[in-house]
Design a protein around this ligand. Structure first.
Ligand code: C2E
Length: 532
């Protein structure tokens, strides 16, 4: 019993721990996922803005270059230079415009004729719409700072690289702009560059190492926005502040349910119900012997609850609860099943042998056992006369129903014995009105045999009374030879007790009965005589 309790408690604790941990872990995971998603969405927005900014810058430069190419002025004429200057001033992205001769030498810029022999810078790549890009050139006009030169035909424009990614970002965000092949055009927050470059080959958004990133792609361009995952901490904290209490609430609810279920399972009535469902009951048989001859004439079927761990529980520990809860009726059915299974062939082989089965108060007042017994015995060959039914006084609460049902039992052929007689309130009045065949004298009276007590005279009185009513008498709990001798001398018919045998498992009882037959031969027919 203890082992089962410990198992239920251990299972309850394990389930409780799981039930508490899972919602909290789930909410922590959800908080992380939501915080990460929000961060990726924010970075995607930065990447798209940077891409749009870069596209606008390229578009501006191309417009300026197309516009200058379309002018009819003599290259480097005052009108041409003036036009280049106007376009430079009007185009925010463009710092300077230049004109190269067909030999690739700079002839003039938006500020006038070129000085010295400045050649066309090397081309890093060509955009899909034909602009030649020199990423890092350092013309005299930029005073040492590198600029990006975009060439179309004989003209070029100089653009400050910052123009391509010129957007407002949050703290810790790094942005890089590259061409389609991944060549870096410019970056914001340069110290974040090592973080920016690895996700360049990626699409969409995600995590790379300890960096969260989002990539936006346009024609010939890609913008990557990143931030170290440590930046997630505050977002994660916000989500946890909301979701952890939800997780804790669900955890408390689950733990509450687990505790409630475990307590219910630990309730004795739930345990007993489970035992009935699992048919955990076995029957032991205590021999009943004829006192005059010592022949074994029958046995009382005494139920035991065999727990899954093999321990046997005494009936007085669970029968009262079974009676209180109504579980006694299926237990009675299982006892009858056991009698048939354990001793069916023994009973068929020896028609003088009977088995006495205890009925509960509910069995007696409802009478439902009658149909059950008839149905179960029918295919077995066991005669109804071989099944005695024992009723205690507790079964006579509804005396009318008891009278009717016991009479029906006798009509069906069963003998009826009143168990534990003398321990309750029954009196002669009860007995006279009840249909019955035998009286079982309770052990407490047998214990007084040979002792000079007030109760010992009651014992004699019960024996006399039974004889007058024409009932068999069965003395319960005989422990000594003196008791047996005394009862035999007073004409008590049968005895049951440790003097003869304790309640025995089926095979041991069959062996006991076999031995009795070998020694004494078959018993005389002990079938009801008082029924008439
Ligand atoms: N000290 C001592 N005890 C002896 C001696 N001889 C027999 N006993 C014990 O006395 C009880 C006799 O059964 P009971 O009066 O019908 O009393 C039974 C009966 O009222 C009830 N019971 C047992 N089986 C069933 C059953 O299948 N259905 C119902 N409804 N009640 C049952 O549980 C009670 C207790 O049964 P058990 O524990 O098996 O206890 C048995 C038996 O083991 C003896 O010489 N000395």
């Amino acid at each position: 019993m203890e082992a089962r309790r410990s198992r239920i408690v251990a299972a309850g604790m394990a389930l409780g721990l799981l039930g508490a941990a899972i919602p909290i872990i789930a909410m922590a995971w959800m908080s992380w996922t939501i915080a990460l998603q929000k961060e990726q969405d924010a970075l995607a927005l930065f990447a798209e803005r940077a891409l749009a900014r870069a596209q606008a810058t390229f578009e501006d430069a191309r417009s300026a270059l197309t516009a200058i190419a379309a002018t009819p002025f003599e290259p480097c004429s005052p009108q041409h230079v003036a036009r280049m200057r106007t376009l430079t001033i009007d185009t925010l992205s463009v710092e300077e415009m230049g004109y190269f001769g067909d030999d690739g030498v700079l002839r003039c810029t938006s500020w006038g004729p070129a000085e010295g022999d400045v050649g066309k810078a090397g081309i890093d790549y060509v955009t899909p719409d034909g602009l030649e890009v020199s990423l890092r050139v350092a013309p005299a006009v930029s005073r040492g700072a590198t600029v990006t030169a975009l060439h179309l035909g004989n003209h070029n424009v100089l653009v400050s690289p910052a123009r391509f990614v010129d957007i407002l970002t949050d703290e810790g965000v790094s942005i890089a702009l590259t061409n389609a092949r991944g060549t870096l055009i410019n970056a914001v927050n340069g110290e974040g560059l090592p973080r920016v470059l690895p996700p360049l080959g990626e699409t969409g958004a995600g995590m790379a190492g300890d960096t969260v990133f989002a990539v936006a792609r346009g024609e010939g361009l890609a913008a990557v926005a990143t931030r170290p995952s440590s930046g997630l901490v505050s977002g994660l904290r916000d989500e946890l502040a909301f979701l952890l209490p939800v997780g804790a609430f669900i955890a408390a609810f689950i733990v509450g349910i687990v505790v409630w279920l475990s307590r219910k399972r630990l309730e004795p009535r739930a345990e007993l119900a489970l035992a009935v469902q699992n048919r955990e009951f076995v029957v032991h048989y205590q021999p009943i012997v004829a006192l005059a001859t010592g022949i074994c004439v029958g046995a009382e079927a005494l139920v035991r609850w065999r727990r899954p761990d093999g321990t046997l529980v005494r009936p007085d520990l669970f029968i009262p609860l079974a009676e209180e809860t109504g579980l006694i009726m299926p237990i009675t059915d299982q006892v009858i099943d056991a009698v048939i299974a354990d001793l069916g062939s023994t009973l068929v082989a020896d028609r003088t042998l009977h088995i006495a089965v205890n009925l509960s108060a509910a069995d007696i007042s409802s009478g439902r056992f009658l149909d059950v017994v008839a149905r179960k015995l029918a295919p077995t060959g066991i005669r109804p006369e071989q099944l005695w039914l024992e009723a205690t006084e507790r079964g006579f609460i509804d005396i009318e129903a008891a009278r009717v049902n016991l009479a029906r039992a006798r009509q069906a052929g069963h003998s009826v014995a009143i168990d534990d007689f003398g321990t309750g309130y029954s009196s002669l009045q009860y007995l006279e009105g009840l249909p019955m065949d035998a009286l079982k004298i309770d052990k407490s009276f047998i214990d007084t045999v040979g002792k000079d007590t007030a109760t010992s005279s009651v014992t004699l009185h019960i024996i006399d009374m039974a004889r007058e009513l024409g009932l068999f008498t069965v003395a319960e709990g005989i422990e000594t030879a003196e008791q047996a001798e005394y009862l035999k001398a007073r004409g008590v018919d049968f005895g049951q007790g440790w003097l003869f045998a304790k309640p025995l498992p089926p095979t041991e009882f069959a062996a006991y009965h076999e031995r009795s037959r070998r020694i004494h031969g078959p018993a005389p027919e002990v079938i009801r005589v008082a029924a008439a």
